[in-house]
Write a protein of this length. Sequence first.
Length: 139
Amino acid sequence: MLFLSTFPGGWPGIGLLLLRAAVGAAAVVQGGSYLVEDANPSFGTWVVSLLVIAYGASLLIGFLTPIAGVLVGLGGLSVALSWFPAPATNLFDGKLAIVFVVMMAAAIFLLGPGAFSLDARLFGRREIFIPPASRSPKL
């Protein structure tokens, strides 16, 4: 489900956790800065800001990681291609920073959440125990 085929643990899992944390924290801070910088935010600003914060939080905890990764990547592209003014504390100020965020979000989408995520807890590997047959099969 949701393209989650592997949940690597150990050092690769820690690497995915750090990658998710970097992109998720940047998205949460960016969404919060849209609300803080505007003295009287419009309804659209509230909706977009809260969605960006939700996507970032989803990456931080590792819930629906591929979907959140795609949405954060698309959000980064929309900031890059937008004609609307960005807030003063814009983390994605330079084009190079936006390229890095989009590339990291794409990597999160392709690699999955890792073992240290809520997705691994909900959708991770399961061990199935098949009890021995209680009677001998008839031939």
